[in-house]
Ligand binder design. Sequence first.
Ligand SMILES: Nc1ncnc2c1ncn2[C@@H]1O[C@H](COP(=O)(O)OP(=O)(O)OP(=O)(O)O)[C@@H](O)[C@H]1O
Length: 228
Amino acid sequence: MIEMKNVQKTYPNGVSAVKGLNVKIQSGEFVYVVGPSGAGKSTFIKMMYREEKPTSGTITINGRDIANIKDRKVPLLRRDIGVIFQDFKLLNNLTVFENIAFALEVTEEKPQAIKKKVMEVLELVGLKHKVRMFPNELSGGEQQRVAIARSIVRSPKLVIADEPTGNLDPDTSWEIMKIFEEINSLGTTVIMATHNKDIVNTLQHRVIAIEGGLIVRDEQKGEYGYEL
Ligand SMILES: Nc1ncnc2c1ncn2[C@@H]1O[C@H](COP(=O)(O)OP(=O)(O)OP(=O)(O)O)[C@@H](O)[C@H]1O
């Protein structure tokens, strides 16, 4: 599904964040991306949804070279990818319903179809009863559930999460992980950068470790491998 060949990224300030990545991720996999702070994890992930463009190399997703598509085609690419961040990135002036429906509006669906899809994803994340609330009326865990619901409402085949439990307490983090497990069990590929050792070591999946912009370890059912 995703293949990176000789991918390098040097930022305009001269920092070489990724120094030559070669990796293949198959459809339906659950992959943790681990490594020390500044190792290049976010850069690796951002290149998958063209938030950053590699300086050289190719990145293909389902056969399409996304490293070299035109900027105007990027929104189209992003429609097929769900992205989740540490800080939720919800729109505070919109309700839970509106935050999620917003992601569907560009697809020009009818209001009834939008409502049905929004309620379905809210059911999946267990937040149907908070549909009329605003983000600042919700706990951090609930806000992250809304962000996850928003990211999957267009049924993407790929979900990318950059430290999704980074702002959450341990119990809430486990609850959020249950949702990612569920999404993955429904066939969606999940790629997650994380510093959460307990989660990686308990809910075992493929582990890609990045250090100094290079993949230093790639194991099926791997361990976190770093002391915190
Ligand atoms: N927009 C940018 N401009 C310049 N340098 C950047 C930019 N983003 C990241 N970097 C640098 O690239 C390197 C890799 O950063 P990246 O954010 O990918 O690391 P990370 O592994 O995700 O770190 P963390 O675990 O702290 O989030 C770091 O040295 C960082 O300072």
